[in-house]
Structure formats: structure tokens, C-alpha cells
Design a protein around this ligand. Structure first.
Ligand SMILES: [Zn+2]
Ligand SMILES: [Zn+2]
Length: 90
């Protein structure tokens, strides 16, 4: 599990996966990166609504779509506690 997450939220310290990292890039978060919940909170959306909103954006842009699709989300440990939505569209 420790090997799966390369990133940690700068607000709450929660680990997150590659696709959440891509979402941070979409939102132009370069110096600090945040987990799905904290990102959603910053846009005043629910995490799943936020996720789908970002996903639409990612799918329209090759520079985000490529790293997004390269990532294999199936082992993401956060899928089971529903704090990551990374497997929804692959
Ligand atoms: Zn967080
Ligand atoms: Zn994930």
C-alpha cells in the first residue's frame, strides 16, 4: 500500500494516487497537492460530482488524458472506502 501512493495531501496528509495527482495538475496545483476530498471542498462540490467534472476536462485534453489512462487504478486501496473514484473511467 505504501508503494501505491506517491502523493500526500498538503492539507490533511491523506495519501492519494496518480489520478488524483492528475486532477491537481488540471487545477493548476503545482506547489501543493491535495486529496480528492480537499480538492472537492475547495470547489464546493461533492467528491463524486467533483470527480466527474474533472474527468470531463481530462478526457478532452491529450496532455492529461495520456497519464490518466496510463495509470492502472485496479489496485488503488482507496476504492473500497470510496475516497477515490479513479477506476470509474479507464
Ligand atoms: Zn486532503
Ligand atoms: Zn485511486
Amino acid at each position: 500500500m505504501a508503494d501505491f501512493f506517491d502523493y500526500y495531501c498538503d492539507a490533511c496528509d491523506k495519501p492519494f494516487c496518480e489520478r488524483i495527482h492528475v486532477m491537481n495538475l488540471v487545477l493548476n496545483n503545482v506547489d501543493s497537492e491535495f486529496c480528492l476530498e480537499c480538492l472537492a471542498k475547495s470547489t464546493e462540490k461533492e467528491p463524486d460530482a467533483f470527480y466527474h467534472w474533472v474527468l470531463d476536462y481530462v478526457m478532452e485534453r491529450e496532455c492529461f488524458k495520456t497519464p490518466w489512462e496510463k495509470f492502472n487504478p485496479t489496485p488503488c486501496p482507496r476504492i473500497t472506502d470510496k475516497t477515490c473514484f479513479c477506476p470509474i473511467a479507464s
